[in-house]
Design a protein around this ligand. Structure first.
Ligand code: SR1
Ligand code: MG
Length: 421
């Protein structure tokens, strides 16, 4: 579907945040949903938004719960913080555009987009029930046998097909312009690359972690590496990124994988998205240092996580070869360039994975894997392991030649906090 353009920092005049009552009349008024809901039939609605930014409603036909739609409306501020932090609702347009591209390039891994309403900054899309947010499953130690393959294919298709290796010179620049997303990129620049590396009022970690945070912040060599990654994030328009591809932006079942929540989409370095997936799998790895007390169980789940990281990269590489490299002009892009390019994407992925881990420990907006560990001593153990893995990936990334080396670096790290006896 086409997404009509309406670019603006402040909400349009007719905009009003919907609620569980008004959304029902809204749904009835939309011609795009007439194939889903019958006229005047009873509809039920719940608000399920538990993210940092938006309202999310599920509207369902009372007589047939299989007929259901999700409506996501952008608020003109950051929900996590409140109205004191205004944020452009135009991010919903970016997300709708990214969804439309996902529907084209990886339809089996992207929810169907019914429509985008540029007046209400609202997206109507497929309800993915009974899939669950992957982070919730990983916290319980559930494995997803097809995830590595699915996400590897998704990444190769979306990143490869939106790069200069596929798009013509003009379309690529027009697409970069259509996805200019300054306010959401600024959030990432601040929350991922800046604030965790200094004393900052928005940082959020428990007191027991303070000595480890201060030691990390005092490491100037590490800060130089992070500055390098931030510069890449800000300047390297390699491909259309999801921009926030953590395990809270992925919905899974034992058979399927869907990528949701692309409001941070923009053209950036491929390794940022791949690194987000790897970094969040490693945050789960770190959390199970204390979440799973049985050693055999822990080892088995960690093997699943590290095998997933290895497999997703290999699938990404294979698909990139099949879809992208095999169709480029070998005079312009000889095999030696192709190898060097993907090796650098791998190194970038490791580095960005590291920054994604560190931001979730020190910065605003943590993740439940770690922050949900109730016992403070146990949380400190998991958090310091995550910090150590993150910092090692950032420091050592330029020496990495294989995905197996990424996993070895992670597996070689230990928590800094003492074990609870
Ligand atoms: C202020 S928004 C905080 C975080 O939530 C989103 O999911 C992104 O990860 C962002 O950094
Ligand atoms: Mg999100």
């Amino acid at each position: 579907m086409t997404v009509t353009k309406s670019v603006g920092r402040t909400a349009s005049e007719g905009y009003h945040p919907l609620d569980v009552i008004s959304i029902v009349a809204y749904v009835r008024s939309r011609p795009e949903l007439q194939a889903v809901f019958h006229a005047d039939e009873p509809l039920d609605c719940i608000e399920v938004g538990d993210g940092n930014l938006n309202l999310v409603f599920k509207v369902t036909a009372r007589s047939d719960p299989r007929r259901s739609v999700v409506l996501k409306q952008a608020l003109p501020y950051v929900r996590l913080v409140g109205e004191s932090w205004p944020l452009t609702p135009d991010r919903a347009r970016i997300e709708a555009q990214a969804l439309a591209i996902g529907n084209q390039l990886a339809p089996e891994h992207t929810p169907h987009l019914y429509f985008y309403d540029s007046d209400q900054y609202l997206i109507a899309m497929q309800n993915l029930d009974p899939h669950i947010i992957m982070r919730q499953g990983l916290m319980q130690g559930i494995t997803y046998p097809h995830f590595a393959h699915h996400i590897g294919v998704y990444l190769a298709r979306v990143l490869g097909n939106t790069s200069d290796f596929v798009l013509d010179y003009r379309t690529k620049k027009e697409e970069v312009a259509r996805f200019i997303n300054p306010e959401l990129c600024k959030i990432s620049e601040d929350l991922i690359f800046t604030e965790p590396y200094r004393q900052h009022h928005q940082n959020s970690y428990h007191l027991e972690l303070e000595p480890y945070v201060l030691a990390l912040q005092a490491d100037e060599a590490l800060r130089a590496e992070v500055a390098q990654l931030k510069d890449q994030f800000m300047t390297q328009a390699q491909a259309l990124l999801h921009g926030d591809l953590h395990t809270g932006s992925i919905m899974v079942s034992q058979t399927d994988t869907y990528v949701i929540d692309a409001e941070f989409a923009f053209y950036g370095p491929m390794g940022f998205d791949i690194g987000a997936v790897i970094g969040n799998l490693l945050l789960s790895y770190a959390s199970h240092e204390v979440r799973t007390t049985d050693e055999d169980q822990r080892a088995a789940f960690r093997k699943y996580l590290t095998d997933t990281i290895i497999q997703l990269w290999h699938i990404f590489e294979q698909e990139f070869q099949r879809l992208i490299w095999s169709n480029v002009d070998p005079i312009s892009y000889p095999p030696a360039f192709q190898q060097r390019y993907l090796r650098q994407v791998l190194r970038d992925s490791a580095g960005f994975a590291g920054t994604k881990m560190i931001r979730r420990i020190i910065g605003l907006a943590g993740v439940a894997d770690i922050r949900g560990i109730e016992d403070v001593g146990a949380r400190t153990i998991a958090a310091t392991l995550a910090l150590n893995i993150g910092a090692a990936l950032i420091r050592e990334r330029q020496r990495i030649d294989t995905i197996e080396a990424v996993v070895e670096i992670a597996a070689g790290c230990r928590p800094s906090a003492p074990k609870i006896i």
